[in-house]
Design a protein around this ligand. Sequence first.
Ligand code: GUN
Length: 281
Amino acid sequence: MAQIIDGKKISSQIKEELKEKVSVMKQEGKTICLAVIQVGDDPASSVYVGNKKKACAYIGIESLSYELPADTTQEKLLALIAELNGRDDVNGILVQLPVPAHIDENAVIRAIDPGKDVDGFHPQNVGALCIGQRGFVSCTPAGIIQLLKRSGIEIAGKECVVIGRSNIVGKPMALLLLRENGTVTVTHSKTKDLREVTRRADILIAAVGKPGMITREYVKEGAVVIDVGIHRNENNKLCGDVDYDDVAPVCSAITPVPGGVGPMTIAMLMLNLVESAALVR
Ligand code: GUN
């Protein structure tokens, strides 16, 4: 039977470790503060933002909340970011995505001081990851590396296949697996004979965005399967990109949805914040 990789448990361990670190930092007079900006009131974004603020409070990190109306101009948003860039008491700045269509997302990402870009989305941080230099790393793929390492799964020398090439997950995932000495293939919607490629994987990362698409025909026996998807099925139940019941019997380890990759994203955001504060002061 496959090992179930428990993201809830591993993320809790990381948060406990960070809580202790933050308490020591506080004794040394260092405070940590995240500024969270949400433009508009998309319900899913509000849930994510609420969870991020809750995690900050639990660990002992301060958070500043900016809830801006949906018709906020780009100039106004950029002016707020500039103000936060200049504040010594703010370590991290996060603009919840997506932003409304009249705002240029790339301009927003570029406006954030790379040293405060705890999401790891700024081109400078992406570039640093690409050439193996220090910088913030996108939280979901960083969390997947933690899941693998803390579950005793070796990456070096393994065939790693990533399905999906988004800027937030697929591309940084591929770069991180490469940094860990995996042999990496990135697949996408134009890949020919996808199953042929995914069946080579010792470690398969599914970030496709299609509920239940990855069935056992895509998976080599004994592979490790990481499911990045999060959807609601026809019964309103949470499910991933992987057909869990079909795939679990043939793989050696698998992440469930919910309780796999999801909880790791916020844990890694907290880790990025603590690291940024430790570096700056
Ligand atoms: N929207 C969906 N995921 C994320 C994330 O990780 N960070 C931000 N800022 N927005 C998101």
